[in-house]
Design a protein around this ligand. Structure first.
Ligand code: PLP
Length: 379
């Protein structure tokens, strides 16, 4: 057995996994071409299609974390010199901008102040002005706790003939995702957030328009590992070896998706919404203040300015004590929000009242907080 202490994982991911998923991880291995395992692959692909709201045949559990999903989208869909427009409202929009550039794109960006959502009109104006080949942005910006608007931006991109890439790392399984209805061409997620599975897989989906774009490339896909044509030979009818699929993780993901489907995605979305709203209300009563306006708040990741008492006592010190004395992990701010906010995740299995009770009790005890404190972190 592991000597590591147990943890309640309330940061921006990973989240805790269900005991059934842990049990699936402990199953004896099968071969990656074993028909019994390939049936599980079929099942996972089918369940991911439903969750992504798509009929895309190339919907797969990519062997990588979420960042590999991002890399796969740009490696396949961008060639040197292509115009790409990226919406940047936090660390992960910034990462998309960086990755697109590394794959040779001529990148234009539309920025939003951190803690706010992308301005749809600014994105649409940039699409009409730049006529990019591809538009990319993040659905759930985990660095700021902002839910970005999708539909109008994606429709404008489609009207301009651009492909659309959507980062669904934190949204999938906690917010509705409807790739076909929204006309998204490529999307990726990660297993360690609202799917409550260990990190290591990036569920990803590519539309027929995206695959046709790959087929028209003048140059080979800039990554052999993430080449959708090669991946399609394993994650398609032929089941031909490309790389050794991470068998154990895919078996665990199958179990996590069965648990999700038994609950129902709609019920799970409601559970996340309720949990997020209650957490914010409880912490507001202790002097925390939400960074994000209510209409753009993510349910599964709350970003909060810190009360004066926590800033004075040292936020990193309190996070360390929460971890060491209560076994609870919460996230600090990233980039320009470091030291000024906390990011608290209630993802997947953790979006529950008893988890909120435990966290709020520990924060009160750890910081000696009551409702007479007030937030100062934003000054
Ligand atoms: N995109 C978003 C929105 C994320 O939150 C993350 C990770 O937190 C990533 C991409 C990168 O995923 P990973 O850390 O699994 O590579």
């Amino acid at each position: 057995m592991s000597s590591l202490p147990p943890r309640l994982l309330l940061g921006p991911g990973p989240s805790n996994v269900h005991p059934r998923v842990l049990a699936a991880l402990a199953e004896p291995l099968r071969g990656h071409l074993d028909p019994a395992f390939l049936a599980v692959v079929d099942e996972v692909q089918g369940r991911l299609r439903a969750l992504f709201g798509t009929a895309n045949r190339l919907t797969i559990p990519l062997s990588s974390t979420g960042s590999g999903g991002m890399e796969a989208c740009f490696a396949n869909l961008v060639e040197a010199g292509d115009r790409v427009l990226v919406g940047v409202a936090g660390v992960f929009g910034e990462r998309m901008h960086e990755v697109a550039g590394r794959h040779g794109a001529r990148v234009t960006r539309v920025d939003a102040k951190w803690g706010t959502a992308l301005d749809e009109d600014a994105m649409i104006a940039a699409i009409e002005r730049e006529r990019p080949a591809l538009v990319a942005f993040v659905h759930a910006e985990t660095s700021t706790g902002v839910r970005q608007p999708v539909e109008r931006i994606a429709a404008a991109a489609a009207a301009a003939g651009a492909l659309v890439v959507l980062d669904c790392v934190t949204s999938l399984g906690g917010l509705p995702v409807r790739l076909d209805e929204w006309r998204i061409d490529a999307a990726y997620s990660a297993t360690q957030k609202c799917l409550s599975c260990p990190p290591g897989l990036a569920p990803a989906s590519f539309s027929e328009r995206a695959l046709a774009r790959v087929a028209r490339r003048r140059t080979p896909v800039s990554s052999w590992y993430f080449d959708t044509t090669l991946l399609g030979s394993y994650y398609g009818a032929k089941r031909v070896y490309h790389h050794t699929a991470p068998v154990g993780l895919i078996v665990a993901l199958a179990e996590a998706l069965r648990i999700l489907d038994a609950e129902g995605v709609d019920a799970r979305v409601v559970r996340h919404a309720r949990a997020g709203a209650r957490l914010v209300a409880e912490l507001e009563a202790l002097g925390f203040e939400p960074l994000v306006a209510p209409e753009h708040r993510l349910p599964m990741l709350s970003a909060l300015w810190l009360p004066e008492a926590i800033v004075r006592a040292g936020e990193a010190d309190l996070r360390r004590r929460l971890l060491e004395e209560h076994g609870i992990e919460v996230g600090g701010g990233l980039g320009k929000l470091a030291g000024r906010i906390w990011r608290i995740g209630l993802m997947g299995e953790n979006a529950r009242d008893e988890v909120i009770d435990r966290l709020v009790g520990a924060v009160k005890k750890g910081a000696g907080l009551d409702s007479s404190t007030f937030p100062v972190g934003k000054s």
